[in-house]
Design a protein around this ligand. Sequence first.
Ligand code: KIV
Ligand code: ZN
Length: 525
Amino acid sequence: MDPNQVLIFDTTLRDGEQSPGISLNTSEKLEIAHQLARLGVDIIEAGFPIASPGDFEAVREIARQVDGPVIAGLARANATDIETAWEAVRDSARPRIHTFVSTSDIHIEHQMQNSREDVKGLARAAVAQARELCEDVEFSPMDATRADVDFTAEVCQIAIDEGATTVNIPDTVGYTMPAEFTRYIERLYEVAPGLRDITLSVHCHDDLGLAVANSFAGVLAGARQVECAINGIGERAGNASLEEIVMLIRTRAADLDGLYTDVKTTELSRTSRLVSRLTGYAVQPNKAVVGRNAFAHESGIHQDGVLKERTTFEIMDATTVGLETNQIVLGKHSGRHALKQALEELGYRVDGQALNTAFKRFKEIADRKKQVTAMDLEALMTDELREETGFNLVSFELSDATGRAPFAAVEVEGPDGAVSRGEYEGDGPVDSIFKAANAATGIDASLREFRVDAVTEGQDALGEVNVVIELGGEISSGQAVSTDILEAAASAYVRALTLASRKSEEGAARKPRPEDTEHVPEATP
Ligand code: KIV
Ligand code: ZN
């Protein structure tokens, strides 16, 4: 491997998917994985296969269908997790098993309730087993930055001796600071010299807002893999944001002695929008690199400067991160062929029935909105390609006779194909539609969040609605786009109901998370 290349390990579909309220189905995960491959990430951590049959299936499909990057599956340090991860990734051309065990005393004593000796045995057995199955094995000492560095180094050396090809140092709770992390890594190299023969990786959480800074410190100290997620999503405050670490390395390349990544930065904005849309996690307007305002200039002095010479107030060019994709691509009279071609340019291959449906949606939009942009098509396709296996909105009607609260009637098709109707007279049109949808589906969910964004600028912009609902303490979200905000709201709400009912069917069978230690019996040393 080129010593100057920093590998980008994307964990949007694993650590990112562990964010509260996010629950992607297999086709959504596949869509994100294909886009990550287009973006040029080196490794996709596709999921945690032991967590549920759905997670297993998604990882297996990504391993089978997504070419280019290494496809990794996460496994705790026990035999069942490792076998399951291997079954999920084995069909990839480039499979990886990523196994981990905590090395901090806090985790060892309180969470795992075993001893440092046990941890050494678990790491040894896990990596040995994984290496028998797969040539590419990554090992992580979880909560490393709160652990004794010399003990962590000892465990890392055991993993290397057993054949780990990557060792990843996680700042699991986002606790470390850049200079401290540098010293930590320097000490690891001293105590575990084998780290020089494998790829050292870093995985930093953002609890104190330092995930990117700490990851960067890790790179300067010798790490050549960074684990990160699109839009920085992940457990609690999230992971290091992929777009920020990539653009930092690119923008400051001249000062970094040749360090580089293989990421195609012009795909960053689009990937960010796709992930935001499918997860329901909005990107804050002032988010570095991909926020709506990341390249906007409000003050007169700044605007004046940029008009005269862009670099007066801009250190990156919007085109480098793919922000200038809003050129008009199609008009009202564009035909099926033009649509197909435009979609292909955007990376969508649609034929037959899918093309007919996309064309119908396109015509509806083009009738109301004279100019259809690349960003509109992107939003439409994400909306259209969703796999609907639950409730589907059939129709909605609103009447608000003067002086009365709006009255809504909603028809929903259930998973069995039967259509049911619900009616409600609520506090306003949105409230009435949502409660009528509850009545139609028989699900008594409550609304937690309701957000409307415009896909592009202008009065005729497509509206994108995001709703978050709660049912039995579980949070679910739904998104939809339309030129009619109420229609988008109704569709988004019905999608959220589908997810909520799926979750409540799965019931108390909560997905295990990487930090869970129950069901880990076999892998005793
Ligand atoms: O944050 C963490 O420690 C993790 C590990 C599973 C790598 O996500
Ligand atoms: Zn993590």
